[in-house]
Design a protein around this ligand. Structure first.
Ligand SMILES: [Zn+2]
Length: 251
């Protein structure tokens, strides 16, 4: 059976003498592993489309559980990401986080939106339009929101107040408390958030994708967001990402 879909390569592994496996995150089927016959030959007609981060139209044949690449047509290679070690490291982390979360949390309804989120993030990372740590926060927090781990940032979880000069975000529980209702202590997973941090978190988790990246943030806010979103990933995704460790080691 032949299937055609748009997708982006999020992983590749050599196989045999000249072949390779690629993990493709597709709009229609989520993540599929595809065998690319002759994919490692220098003159392979599919070398550009099956390189890491390439976004292409793929036509694959499926036999049982296996997929084989039939033909492909490039849309965007995101080639420049591979020329900058920090960007490459961060994009690799995005790909690893994406693969792990999409495989762990069934969410076929939102493949298309997650694919768009990933492609937009790669695009802005490649074009240098945003601080790369801001892109990291946006991608982490929005991806988790999309796969069903969205926190309740609407208001204080006790009195519902929407806005207060100081609020507390319980990262583990995904809940907000206003200063009046909060009775615990600040800790690694319970962080006080000011209004600008809270509105940035709300924007990242809830804004329409087409305005998601219309976000301006000071260095202080970026640091704050990063602290929160990286802890949010640790609290909700029980896994160490080698690509993240590498990114942090060179940052
Ligand atoms: Zn309250």
């Amino acid at each position: 059976m032949l299937l055609t879909t748009m997708g982006v390569v999020i992983g590749e592994r050599p196989y045999g003498e000249n072949d390779k496996f690629v993990d493709i995150f597709t709009k229609d089927f989520g993540i599929i592993e595809v065998t690319v016959k002759g994919g490692r030959k220098l003159n392979s007609k599919n070398s550009a489309t099956t390189a890491l981060f390439a976004y292409s139209k793929f036509c694959v044949s499926s036999r049982g559980e296996r997929y084989y690449l039939n033909s492909s047509q490039i849309e965007n290679t995101f080639y420049d990401l591979r020329l900058d070690i920090k960007k490459l490291a961060l994009a690799s982390y995005f790909a690893e986080l994406l693969k792990y979360t999409v495989l762990s949390y069934e969410s076929d309804e939102s493949y298309e939106i997650i694919l768009k989120l990933f492609l937009n993030t790669l695009y802005f990372l490649e074009k240098d339009t945003h601080d790369i740590l801001l892109l990291k926060s946006v991608f982490e927090f929005r991806l988790l929101s999309e796969i069903g781990l969205i926190p309740n940032l609407i208001g204080c979880c006790i009195c519902n107040v929407y806005s207060y000069s100081k609020m507390y975000f319980d990262i583990q529980e995904g809940k907000l408390y206003c200063d009046d209702c909060f009775s615990g202590n600040e800790s690694y997973n319970v962080i006080s958030v000011d209004q600008s941090t809270l509105s940035a978190l709300r924007h990242i988790s809830l804004a329409e994708l087409n305005i998601l990246f219309n976000i301006k943030a000071s260095d202080r806010l970026i640091t704050e967001l990063n602290k929160i979103t990286s802890r949010y990933v640790i609290a909700h995704i029980n896994k160490k990402f080698k690509t993240l460790e590498y990114f942090e080691s060179i940052s």
